[in-house]
Design a protein. Structure first.
Length: 144
């Protein structure tokens, strides 16, 4: 058995070796996860946090929309049949094809607001991109 003085992990620490950081944060339940949420701009290099369900929905929506626009498929029911998914699900996911381009980029890069979930996007998706940014907590784009 090692003595406390020979084990650096058990050695008593001097007060000057202890560093305490304080940050305003809150714990929030998002879908099936619990996340620590800090105010916007608090972290200089905010961590990348991809949300697989959002990424998958955006990718599917753009693929399906593209197939419909090009005439490869004419109906959502055909997509549902081909993919083995419920037609209602296909219809709901298709909404993600109409997200603002900067929101799509943020989702794909894992830099969306911490409380953005697929359910939040599908619950109410405004057509207006400015409204989308406001509703989902994205910063407004600078005016030209």
């Amino acid at each position: 058995m090692a003595s406390p003085s020979s084990d650096p992990l058990r050695a008593p620490r001097a007060e000057k070796d202890v560093l305490q950081l304080t940050i305003e944060a809150r714990v929030k339940r998002c879908g099936g996860e619990v996340r620590m949420v800090v105010p916007v701009g608090t972290m200089v290099d905010e961590p990348v946090r991809p949300v697989p369900s959002l990424i998958k929905a955006v990718a599917r929506a753009h693929d399906w929309y593209s197939r419909m626009i090009t005439g490869e498929t004419r109906y959502q029911s055909v997509i549902a049949e081909e993919t083995g998914l419920d037609e209602r699900y296909v219809s709901r996911i298709m909404k993600c094809a109409f997200l603002a381009p900067d929101i799509v980029e943020a989702i794909l890069a894992g830099r969306q607001p911490s409380d953005l979930t697929l359910e939040k996007v599908l619950h109410r998706l405004p057509c207006d991109w400015i409204e989308q940014r406001q509703l989902f907590g994205f910063p407004a784009l600078p005016s030209r």
